[in-house]
Each structure stands twice: as structure tokens, then as C-alpha cells.
Design a protein around this ligand. Sequence first.
Ligand code: MV4
Length: 500
Amino acid sequence: MTPITRVLVANRGEIALRIIRACHEEGLEAVAVYSSADRLSPHVRAADFAVELGDAPPAESYLHIPRLLDAARRTGAQAVHPGYGFLAERAAFAEAVEQAGLVFIGPPSAAIRAMGDKTEARRRMRAAGVPVVPGADEAITDPTVARRLAGEMGYPVMVKAAAGGGGKGMRVVRAEEDLDAALATAGSEALKAFGDASVYIEKFIERPRHVEIQILADAERAVHLGERECSVQRRHQKVVEEAPSMAVDAALRERMGAAAVAAAAAVGYRSAGTCEFLLAADGSFFFLEMNTRIQVEHPVTELVYGVDLVREQLRIARGLPMRVPAGPLAPHGWAIECRITSEDPSNGFLPSTGRLTYLRVPAGPGVRWDSGVEVGNDVTLHYDSMIAKLIVWGQDRDEALRRMVRALDELVIVGVASNQAFQRRLVTDDAFRAGQIDIQFLDRRPDLAEAKPDAALTTAAAIAAALSEDAARHSRKPAVGESDAAHSAWLARARAEGLR
Ligand code: MV4
């Protein structure tokens, strides 16, 4: 096998830049790919080579497998890193990369495929001794069987898409008379979303936390790097993540970690991966699914375990051993990530668009800013709404939270609306600070989306407006922002007044 010296990064935005940085630290060259909408993106300039794929729609660019493989061939890349989203969890893409004689920087396609089918994953996990939610391991073909199973496990139950994940094709059923309708709607939703109408049923876990375990596996061994607390989410989009979790002590961490390592071993896993668990209020936990990719929130794990997960992915893909000590690992300090998005909380979290005209990036002790945009870039509706990840580290949770508030106060974004003020309200909220969170936390707290009147800000705005008005009145020059036609009229008038 030819050694890897050049890696094609089949993604965009912050994760493409993150991977390119890791390549350079590993002494590897990076090839960026980009759509016509991303010509000015930082990831394109950061790479050693860059190939334009096509127009902005993902199907014409970041999802276009032949163009990606062609870009790798033309630039002489020996490996492909898929990042997250786009093609990262398509077993067929991993296979196509391997078929082209390239190394896929991720797990074997068989592991992606096994975990992608949720009933298959449940069967494999149960066989490996990993706790799964009580329920059926086979798709439902007969509503009578569904009624019997649901009756046995007791309501409420959940109907889920076998090909699913991420919340599509999912229904809670609280009484038998609603079961038939739920099977039908979940099935048709699943068919629409995944091209497969198969559904299965599980016991519904009330008000759990979403806690996930990071694993890393090379050719020799698999290890876990503790948990991430991901309960604070809105419509299956995570908003804030932290490591460790207030709900997990060292003993629970080792039990969940052992389950995640067993899950990885059961499918012959390599590279970085994550096992998602529901953690019930009584401390019981259940495997939900495995994410066979590097995840958005991986930095919080990096900060508390001192491991660069993307560099380790690169090492493992090259056949090198991962640089993680064999002994028991423990998290050091506390890390928190706020996803800064262009969603406008005061407008129903609708994604806003615009050109970034000014950006002040938070910095200083314990602050990390992972972003794929800079001043002059347009925030569009072509791709997801994440502008950046603001990540902080502290000796303990309290220090990390204070640091996050400080960093959010430094952040200035001009040109596009953002959820910055929402994040500040969230990380200063009493219930959040007390760790009283579960997957429904944000559903219970619509108040967090409302701007709080700020007396100091109102006074500052009034002073700024008065100063601006006064300056404009005293200026002999025209006010800014006038149209060209008006501009010359203003200019003439100003000159005339200046001669007076
Ligand atoms: C569940 C559940 C409660 N009980 N399964 C949502 C996405 C998919 N990965 C699985 N999901 C859930 N499965 C049982 N048996 C609650 C959810 C769920 C959820 C899970 C993790 C993070 C956020 C969530 C939001 C709503 C529902």
C-alpha cells in the first residue's frame, strides 16, 4: 500500500478547516474541495490544493461522489476524510473510496452499514451485552404483533424507523388506540425520509438525558474517552454540549465506557466513533445508536482528555498506533461548547442570511473558536446554519461557565442575526447552571428565546444615537449611506455651507 502523504477533505466549513489543520500538524498535505458558493471560504485557502466541485446545491458538489473521487485522482491524494454530515455515514461512499484505491478515513464500510440499520444494530448490541432499550429487534410487519409487543412492554412505547436516526419517522404512543395510526405515519415518514418504511417499537423512556461516549479504535485496541452531555437540544439539533456530564460519576463512566467499547468491538470498528445512550433519571442507560463519524461536538472531549481526535483518525488510517495511554483515562477539568448559529431566536429560530461585515472573535485563556467563515463571507441557506463553535475549558464547571459568558461577551457578529444572546441567557440560567437538564429542557423553556430588556444597553443605545445625530448635524460632510445621486446633492450643499 502506498503511504499517505496527501488527504482530500470531502467537506466544507469549520470541519474542513479543522481536518486541514490536523493534516498539517501530522505532516500531511490537504486537498480542499468547494462549491461555487464557497470560493472565498477559509478552508479553501488553508489547503495546499483546492478543487471546485460544482454549484452550491450539495447534490452538485459535496454529495457528488464521482467528482470527489475525480478530485482525489487529479490531485494525487491517497486518502479521503469525509468530516460529518454529507457523505460521512454512507457505507456506499466508503466503499467507493476503497474501490478507487484510496483510504477512507473512518470505520470500515461494514461497520457503517451495520450501525446504519437500527434493528440490525440492536441485535448486534444485545448479542455483545450492550444494554439496549427494551423492545423488538425485528421490523413490524403485522399490527397485531405490534399490539401484543406493546402490551407486553407496557405503554408508553415509541415507534421508530429501522433505517432512521436523528428523530425522523418517530412517534410516541401512550395508549393502544393510537398505535395503528402511529405505525402508519411513522412508516410513511420513514419511507419519505429514508426510502424504507420499516419500523420497530421500543419502550419509551421518559425525560432521559442524552449522554454519548467517545471511542477511538486502532488495529490493536479500542478505548473510550468518556462522555459528552448533549441533552440541551432543539428539534434534534444540539445547542450546547459539555464534558464531562454532571449526571455521570467515575463508576457510571466506566460502565458506559465498557458498553461503548464492546459495541465498537462487535462491529469491527476502527477510527473515532460515538455511542449515543439515553440515561434515565434512575441511572439506567440504554444504547440508542452509534455515530460512525467525527462529530460536531468532538472538541469538548479533546479538551478534557488532551487528545486530538482528528489527528488520531489520521494516524489510525495510516496504520499507526493511536497515541492514547493504555491505563485508565480520566477527564481533566470541564469543557463546554456553544454552537453559534445564524438562527434568530426572536424570529422562531429561522435561519437568517447575510454577509459577515464584522467579526470580533473571542480569545484569551481557555477559549477555542472553530469556525469556517470570516469577514466578507456570505451566510446562505445552501448549508447548515452553524457559524462557529465556541468552546471553553475550565478547571471545573463553574470556571468553564464563567469563561463561556466572558467569551460570549467578547463575541461581536455584524451582518447576520445569530443565537449569541440566546446562548448567553442559557449559560447563565439557574436551572442550566444547576445541571437540571434532560432532552426536553429547551421545550420547557421558551422564555430563553425572548430577549431580556437590558437597561444599560437601552441607555447606551440612546447615547450612541444622540452622539451620532449630533455628529451628523455638525459635520460639513454628507451623512454616510446616502445614494450616489443624493450624495452629490449633499456634497454640493455641504460645500456651499462650508464656504459660508
Ligand atoms: C428514544 C427516546 C425515548 N425513548 N427512544 C431521538 C433521535 C433518535 N436518535 C432517538 N431518539 C429518541 N429515542 C426511546 N425508547 C427519546 C428520543 C429523543 C431524543 C434522544 C436523544 C436526543 C434528543 C432527543 C429528543 C427527542 C427524543
